[in-house]
Design a protein around this ligand. Structure first.
Ligand code: AHR
Length: 334
């Protein structure tokens, strides 16, 4: 993804929508068609949503938000197709069915980053626009899709790395709990975290996947602690669940989170924000999943013949203290 096509913004979501959509490279007379997805014809716009399915709190919030947005009242028939056990083949099969069925647009949250070229080319030949939600593809050929809508993983993780460098001016040992191998955001988050660390005197002892899971996060971090005689001062967990699992492991090893070890996570789900407020996590960076309205506006503009930028960044905040978490807990939407 060329950086210059990226909209890096910290504006509010509404502003991002306006910003992204206001940058339409061109508009056509059709853009004045009905604003509720039916193009004024009264027929529903069919949307094939090739989704990830059950994976954790973030995914549940994201996919529910998409389903709550693309409703019949809004002029859409959303066909929700979650993967079977996170299996990419089930996603490719669903994608192919949507192309054969001739849906108006496909939304894709990919379980795996690679292996999408043939499917995307088939959709292109069928003139069905594809919009990536959250996950990118590798190799990233943005001629094969309209846009990717997601928080900027590199930027989010860079801010985690910057926090870590500032928090450990005298250095320390750290480990990384990664998402599953092959998932695009894992590489983006590693890239951003390393960028944010810069030349900090932090030593990376280990990095292993814990598959986005609290249970695996606990067991993997337990093993890391034993292998390093508890001499680990920082955990970068690439999502909340793995960080919460690591916090359990730290406690069972007799370590105090915040004093003996600090744990930083990405997502910003309710449980993590409560844990941050309670001192069981040290830092949480939001990876805002609630971008259904932006996705709907992008679909409308796309079907009206307008262009949008090939990467639309969903703004996300960082929370670096219990006070920061307490300030937002009551109104947390996910
Ligand atoms: O792609 C986003 C990641 O997928 C989230 O950070 C994680 O919680 C989800 O499973």
């Amino acid at each position: 993804m060329s950086v210059n096509t990226r909209i890096r913004t910290v504006l509010g979501l509404a502003a991002v929508s306006a910003l992204a959509l206001g940058l339409a490279a061109c508009s056509t007379p059709e853009s004045n068609e009905g604003s509720n997805g039916d193009g004024g014809s009264g027929e529903l716009t069919t949307v094939g949503f090739v989704a990830v399915g059950p994976e954790g709190a973030w995914r549940e919030a994201n996919e529910q938000n998409i389903q709550d947005t693309f409703t019949e009242d809004a002029g859409y028939e959303l066909k929700y197709a979650p993967a079977t056990n996170l299996d990419q083949k089930s996603q490719i099969d669903a994608f192919t069915s949507f192309v054969d069925e001739g849906v108006d647009v496909i939304l894709l949250s990919a379980t795996e980053a690679s292996g999408w070229e043939d499917s995307l080319k088939r959709a292109q030949e069928a003139e069905i626009p594809v919009i990536l939600l959250d996950r990118g593809i590798e190799p990233d050929d943005d001629s094969l899709y309209v846009t990717r809508i997601a928080p900027d993983n590199v930027e989010v993780a860079k801010q985690v790395g910057t926090w870590a460098a500032e928090t450990f001016p005298d250095g320390g040992n750290y480990v990384v709990l990664e998402g599953p191998a092959g998932v695009g955001v894992v590489n983006e988050r590693n890239e951003g975290f390393d960028e944010g660390l810069g030349d900090a005197a932090l030593t990376k002892l280990d990095a292993q996947t814990a598959n986005w899971s609290a249970e695996e996060g606990k067991s993997v971090f337990e093993t890391m602690l034993k292998a390093n005689n508890n001499d680990i001062q920082l955990v970068f967990a690439q999502n909340d669940e793995m960080g919460l699992g690591a916090a359990q492991a730290a406690e069972e090893a007799g370590l105090v989170v915040g004093t003996d070890v600090k744990i930083a996570t990405i997502d910003g789900t309710k449980n993590a924000m409560q844990a941050l407020a309670d001192g069981q996590l040290s830092y949480v960076h939001e990876y805002n999943p609630l971008f259904g309205e932006t996705a709907l506006e992008v679909v409308e503009r796309t079907l009206a013949g307008e262009e949008v930028d090939s990467y639309i960044v969903v703004p996300s905040e960082e929370f670096d203290s219990a006070e920061a978490a307490k300030a937002v807990l009551a109104d947390r939407k996910y």
